[in-house]
Write a protein that binds this ligand. Structure first.
Ligand SMILES: [Zn+2]
Length: 253
């Protein structure tokens, strides 16, 4: 930490499909998040609350690449404000961190008193309230997100099965690392619960994709015709997953 940041090598991750989401400073991965703000007159950079990443607020019409280049020019500023790696907060305690649910950022807060262990509050700003001991926060949040995911995945899969006049046997929700969904030859649909953090259209598309596999166990033209006919946001969702999908594994839970 003592070397001048200017003497360090700053390498943007060119080989990553989602390059602009991470900034590499002296081998340390700094998360980069973007927020569009119609009030912003210029790009504004600030640190994440936990001191391990940056948030770029960008005026309308500014592309993320330009914002990323801006951040690249400010690595000295970032380096000075980063929390030293050995002083990062206990990963079990997530208070103050934020997590996206259905593409909306929710700040995690501890709640007291009686009530559901985890619940969402939208006003005055989206928050995820968690009761109980801080050491159980992570498990409580993941349990909650898995339940929410199952709800949305079941509804979307059921909708597509009806629309495509197909049927599935079972639906399972897991923490898969390589695939967002799969469909077995016996008609079991499996999904990653992390899809609950993505935009709803993305979760919806993954369901259309897997349900379509019940009829077409391949990725041939007939398969894509079926998916596209029933799911108009297929292109959007595929691009989103390619570009941002890996971020769903980097969120604090
Ligand atoms: Zn497939």
């Amino acid at each position: 930490m003592s070397l001048s940041p200017l003497k360090r090598l700053f390498i943007p991750e060119t080989d990553s499909p989602n390059g602009p989401d991470v900034l590499l400073i002296d081998g340390r991965r700094i998360s980069v998040r973007y927020r569009a703000n119609t009030q912003a007159k210029r790009i504004i950079m600030r640190m994440e609350k936990d001191g391990t990443g940056i948030i770029l607020t960008v005026p309308p019409g500014t592309d993320e690449q330009a914002a990323y280049r801006f951040a690249l020019g400010q690595t000295g500023w970032i380096w000075q404000r980063l929390v030293p790696e050995n002083q990062q907060a206990d990963p079990a305690i997530l208070e103050g961190c934020s997590i996206t649910i259905r593409d909306v950022e929710h700040v995690i807060e501890t709640a007291t008193g009686r009530g559901a262990p985890v619940h969402i509050r939208d006003l005055p700003s989206p928050r995820l309230l968690v009761r109980g001991d801080a050491s159980h926060m992570r498990r409580r949040i993941t349990d909650f997100l898995k339940r929410e995911a199952r709800h949305d995945l079941e509804r979307a899969s059921r909708g597509y099965a009806d629309a495509m006049q197909l049927d599935f046997m079972r639906l399972s929700v897991r923490d898969t690392t390589t695939r967002w969904g799969s469909c077995s030859s016996t008609g079991t649909l499996s999904y990653s619960w992390r899809l609950i953090m993505a935009p709803p259209k993305v979760l919806d598309y993954v369901c259309a994709h897997e349900v379509a596999h019940i009829e077409q166990m391949n990725h041939g033209p007939e398969f894509w015709k079926l998916v596209n006919r029933h799911c108009p946001h297929t292109d959007f969702a595929r691009k989103w997953l390619k570009r941002h999908g890996h971020m769903l594994h980097k969120l604090p839970v």
